[in-house]
Design a protein around this ligand. Sequence first.
Ligand code: SF4
Ligand code: SF4
Length: 425
Amino acid sequence: MKPSHYNYILSKDSKSYWYNGVSHKFFTLPIELGNKIKPLICNPEILKESAPSFYQKLVDNEFIIDDNVDEIEVIRKRNLETIHSKDYFLVILPTLNCNYKCWYCIQNHIPSMMSQETITRVKKHIDYMIDERNITSLHIEWFGGEPFMYFKQVIAPISEYAIEKCDKAKIPFLNSATTNGYFLSSDKIKDLKRLKFSGFQITLDGDKGNHDKVKFQNGCDSAFVHTLGNIDKILSALKDMNIVLRINYTHKTLTNKIVSQINEYISPENRKQLTITPKKVWQESVDKNFQLSTISILDEFNDYGYNAARMEIVDNFVPCYANREYYNAINYNGGVVKCTACNDLYESNPPGQLQEDGKIEWKNNFDKLYQEKSYENPKCLNCKYLPVCMGICPRDHAKKRNYCKMDAQDSNIETSLIDFIEHCK
Ligand code: SF4
Ligand code: SF4
């Protein structure tokens, strides 16, 4: 037997934190005990004799593994399982238009709406994926622009069709959306339930002052108050609904002030349905010390009954959502892309096109770039954090770029692991 190469044994204050990157199992020990046992893990036989039950715990949780296990091969296998998993994640953009204009948004707000013809092609695509590609579940994520600008015209008819088709095929259906929340008024609640919406991601741009500076709409005094008011009504009416509140920040716009401001509009009984996740806007420079400020703000949110997204690490063996065969994003005009975080959606000549029969035609095997293993480079293969990171952006990998993605993030993996273990229920 030998120790796993991906054991992260960390300490903070009075605790020793143990996390294995391949099994994603973890536990804590008092720091004195952790420090005593840590060196023994390199000599599993001695540990087996001196502390047999603890040795067995480490074997069960894959901190100690068989001599003949090649962990890189295990990681490659799990990576392939996720890349080719038949759980289909389909992003649909009813429009590239939006009611707000935020300074950081990469999106040009093109006046646009999915046509009847493209809606028909999307329905055929759902048929094709269920009948011919044998997907095992369908998750539709509405995206934009602001998708709820065209709720009746696009979201409702496609959702109704998908629900019926999945019912007949006896496969699970999930409906969710990334939205600015402006249009999620009480009169939508019945429809959201009927169309099986179970999750939203809604963005705030810092505290009230900052959010209202970034998001402004004629006839609405405060986008911050309006959006949080909508969220609270939805959470009161739909007890299965979970909303991720993404707080986009620069180092100046994220302060503890935001906690009490959100408390004003979200009722205590609804807070457990809301998960807070702060994300640095990409234009902001990196400050590794800032992670402690975000952790302190998340701690405060937890104290008031909200969930906080602590898992800054990868646990499904792919570096990003786009790195999958059964993942596509269909634009309002029938263009198809893989990544929604780049400019492909705005290309006049998109990499994929939805055909009349519902199949997607990709240029130059574009989709295959997103089935590549973007950790297959010496830096990542030798990296201790490989299974909790899984390498760089697949687009950059295709362009043979060489860098460590952690260099661009405020967070560091070890702090994230400790923070995650500390708050895991
Ligand atoms: S990591 Fe790359 S491919 Fe994935 S979402 Fe980000 S930019 Fe797109
Ligand atoms: S991107 Fe950086 S942290 Fe991630 S696996 Fe590669 S070298 Fe390691």
